[in-house]
Write a protein that binds this ligand. Structure first.
Ligand SMILES: [Zn+2]
Length: 132
């Protein structure tokens, strides 16, 4: 008697029957981890390196496809540094310049905290797939 050893499962992305052990869906090209969850082809180590070195312009978020967050971070980072640069070089110490300097420092500090939180907590890409 032949035992049934070809267990199948439904691909969560396209719904086609595939082998239960499949690491990659032959129909839609989706990747899965050992538990059968869809897996991102993005590397978490790359994400963290980008966050550390280029997180100030949101490149790590762009890498995993979170374009809106990336643009927001880039705006905060570039805006914060530009404002600081202009004020420091302008050498003005009127109330407006001092207020702007405080705002840009708050922006940059918030961005740092935000990126740090992401380094610690983000393990999925924009599609909700776990990074490698
Ligand atoms: Zn599929």
């Amino acid at each position: 008697m032949k035992t049934e050893c070809t267990m199948t499962k439904k691909c969560p992305m396209c719904g086609e029957e595939i082998s239960a052990e499949a690491k990659k869906c032959k129909h839609c090209g989706e990747y899965f981890d050992a538990a059968g969850r869809p897996t991102s082809q993005k590397q978490r180590s790359t994400y963290i390196l980008l966050a550390i070195f280029l997180g100030g312009i949101g490149l790590h978020s762009a890498y995993i496809g979170k374009m809106k967050i990336a643009m927001c971070q880039a705006a905060m980072g570039v805006g914060g540094w530009m404002t600081t640069f202009i004020i420091v070089n302008g050498g003005k110490h009127d109330n407006f310049s001092i207020a702007m300097a405080h705002i840009s420092i708050v922006l940059l500090v918030s961005l740092c905290v935000w990126v740090l939180c992401e380094i610690i907590s983000v393990d999925k890409d924009a599609d909700g797939k776990l990074m490698k």
